[in-house]
Design a protein around this ligand. Sequence first.
Ligand code: GTP
Length: 414
Amino acid sequence: MAAVLIVEDSKMVMKVLKHVASREVLEHDVIYAQSRAEANKQLESRSDWLAAIIDLNLPDAPNGELVDDALEKGIPVVVLTGSVDDEKRELLTRKGIVDYVLKEGRYSYQYAVNLINRLTKNQSIKVLVAEDSTATRSYIREVLKRNLFQVVEASDGQEALNAILADDEIRLVLTDYNMPNMDGFELVHELRHKHEKVDLVIIGLSSANESHLSAKFIKSGANDFLFKPFSQEEFACRIFQAVESMERLEEMRRAAYTDLLTGVGNRRHLIEKARTAFAQAYESGNPLALAAIDIDQFKHINDDYGHDAGDAILVAFAAQLQQSFGRFIVARTGGQEFCILFSGLSSEQAAKMVDLVRQQVENEFYQTSVGEVSMTFSAGIAQLPAENLEALMSDADQQLQAAKEAGRNQVSFT
Ligand SMILES: Nc1nc2c(ncn2[C@@H]2O[C@H](COP(=O)(O)OP(=O)(O)OP(=O)(O)O)[C@@H](O)[C@H]2O)c(=O)[nH]1
């Protein structure tokens, strides 16, 4: 667990910071100090610092000396300051801090702490900078690195395109317009053939005297644009805003495709995945099977042990399916019904795998708040050819009914 240092001499401000940090910074050790001497002792005691929030004026460091100490150690710093003017802003930017926050009340402390969480997430975001000017590229790289992003660089559009096609982890692209081999618009066009706005955020860079380019960037498919030259402050704000909206969309998409109770995929997830799996199976001639799985006599379980116990069993069973069939597509498609899409397997091969889990389940007890409960399930499995997912599901359902009618706790397949 990396550490975050918070240094503030005012007891009242520290109280607010502690309150906010204890609620918001959950992934790190948060260490507090009230002076430069105390903070430096802490800084010496370990080396895994993620970042620091430091008051610019401390009794034993009245001119930001502790900010310099931390920056010298390569620790990203968010500065707390009582006032700011152009001169101070310029000085702080030159020092290479992440950001400064005016001590204006609760919201500003919340903002400072949020920046720590932003830095944490930035560590796993890869950004590609496509820019032919070495000076601008290295300026952008420095600002991105200061904010803990991973940075990949390209000096023209073609190089950028190749890098992105070869690396799925690139989530954000900053692209200049004027570049050799392929310009920024062409790059955006090419990228939008493959990546939607939520998968890959693109920000165009254009000079203020070419203001028409900004709208053209957006029309070509960029998410946003920035006029050059930009201040570090503006740049970071725009990047954060773009990344946060990507994360929000991602979260919405995840929620739309996830079953709320069990956390496995829902019917929509299955339908979405099946579309690609069907196309691949028909193209390659590889087999594809679908299992419809239904817990036996689930109504009795609810009646005998209560709805909460029923829910606990659904959660545990879904986790078991996910663990056993994680490399395939697992979805909860109804109350006590689950489906598994087996790409590359015939229904006979899938049936063997499902039957192993069936045997495991019949010999197991599930922990619930009212004690241990045992259960069984039945499964029906069908395979291609089928016209579409609905037809395959209907074939699998017929097999499931056959398994139920034959006495439950068994697997039937075509
Ligand atoms: N606890 C709980 N129960 C649910 C949920 N969704 C559906 N059920 C219950 O699942 C039961 C399904 O009952 P039936 O369709 O009669 O099927 P069954 O009792 O499993 O019987 P067979 O399928 O014939 O073996 C109903 O009692 C539903 O209320 C859920 O999210 N949580």
